[in-house]
Design a protein around this ligand. Structure first.
Ligand code: SF4
Length: 406
């Protein structure tokens, strides 16, 4: 990777160099080399595509960059480095070893070996079997065959043109001995480290190798020496994550139910049981339809569409709920989150009742007031009319008196 990065920098001045591959170790190598701007594993890349909704099938294939015969494309398979040579130096034996254990054995005996070019791959079957190579459809053997077929076709295609390597680059690389003096932890210190990942007895030590060490004790030794971290224990981290998510589901104030594709209950918390009125202790594996009208779940699954905040009345328990149904990707099932809104709904209904009663009373009062007002008005009307007649009479009298004076 670093050699290739040096070539790319020489060929494309100012370019950013990003390595994409199946190898987690490249992350450190890339950072330490100062030659690589970024390292992504295939898993990182797949996650990025998913996050951005990138559908690779929607892109047209890009024409390959023209180049000459490039045997370096054999690199990801076992003996790939050796196969990439254009010629072999006489007097040397070319050997490939795969797997961390075999590599270790070679390095432990390196001083007794001579006249050998040794290709070492930590991963069995080399890079095609790297830890972040995504799920291999037919295993490393098939991947190996695919690479060989691809490179052979490529070599035939470019047989007439020679690959022009960038020359004048210094590929020398000095690897410093990293472990100078290892610390030898005591049995008690090892036991303390093991306890941090829930390993108290022999049976707790799975020795599964998922952390990169063959045994849990080797890994504990590496933690004591600062070569590994507690979190590298995959079963422990998985269990911790699962128990945390379980705890969140268990204690959630909302009802949560997880169903498989046949609408059988995979997980259900206490609040959901309370909402559905389920008294049985264990209902896992039972159909949701035994306890609840499953129409919304069926519709959500059929349309592959989530349903958000749908208001539902559960007759059995007289609960009002707001239900959100999420359809999981890849037909993994559905889950629902139910918010109990019984109190709010009931107080809203009570408020509505008070409101309409108040309105009715107000109407009645207004009607009565209107009647009274009309009566007062009619009385006032009569009085006014009589006063008006009297005043007119008076006015007339006064007017005729004035005329007589004149
Ligand atoms: S991943 Fe955990 S359980 Fe497996 S070998 Fe390493 S320390 Fe032991």
């Amino acid at each position: 990777m670093v050699a290739h990065a040096k070539m790319l920098r020489a060929r494309h001045a100012g370019a950013k160099v990003v390595f994409i591959g199946p190898c987690i170790a490249k992350k450190r190598e890339g950072a330490e080399s100062g030659q690589v701007d970024g390292v992504l594993t295939f898993e990182d890349l797949a996650a990025m595509f998913e996050e951005h909704g990138t559908d690779l099938a929607s892109f047209a294939p890009q024409p390959e960059e023209e180049g000459g015969v490039n045997r370096a494309k054999y690199y990801p398979i076992s003996r790939g480095v050796i196969k990439s040579f254009e010629q072999y130096i006489d007097g040397y034996e070319f050997v490939a070893v795969d797997g961390a254990e075999k590599c270790k054995e070679v390095l432990e005996n390196i001083e007794s070996l001579s006249g050998m070019f040794i290709e070492m791959n930590s991963c069995d079957s080399a890079c095609v079997n790297g830890p972040c190579s995504l799920t291999l459809k037919a295993g490393a053997l098939r991947a190996n065959a695919d690479i060989r077929r691809y490179v052979n076709t490529d070599l035939q295609k470019h047989a007439s043109s020679a690959y022009e390597p960038v020359r004048g680059i210094d590929f020398t690389c000095v690897h410093e001995r990293k472990r100078t003096e290892d610390f030898e932890p005591t049995e008690r210190q090892i036991a303390e480290i093991l306890a941090k990942t829930g390993k108290f007895t022999k049976e707790d030590m799975l020795n599964c190798g998922a952390c990169g060490y063959d045994t849990c004790i080797e890994k504990a030794w590496a933690v004591a020496n600062g070569y590994a971290s507690i979190e590298m224990c995959v079963p422990y981290m998985r269990e911790r994550a699962e128990s945390m998510s379980y705890e969140i589901i268990r204690t959630s104030p909302n009802g949560i139910v997880l169903l498989d594709n046949d609408l059988n209950i995979l997980e259900i918390n206490a609040k959901a049981k309370e909402i559905f009125g389920i008294a049985e202790a264990n209902v896992k594996g039972k159909g949701i339809f035994e306890y609840f009208n499953p129409t919304d779940f069926v519709l959500a699954q059929a349309d592959k569409k989530n349903i958000y905040n749908k208001k539902i009345f559960v007759e059995k328990t007289a609960r009002h709920i707001e239900m959100t149904i999420i359809v999981l990707k890849d037909n993994k099932g559905t889950y629902a989150v139910m918010k109990d809104v019984t109190q709010e709904t009931e107080s809203e209904a009570r408020l509505d009742k008070v409101r309409s009663e108040t309105l009715a009373t107000t109407d009645e009062v207004i009607k009565k007031q209107m009647r009274v007002a009309q009566e007062i008005a009619s009385l006032l009307g009569e009085t006014t009319a009589e006063t008006k007649v009297a005043l007119l009479k008076l006015k007339k009298t006064l007017q005729s008196g004035e005329e007589k004076k004149d």
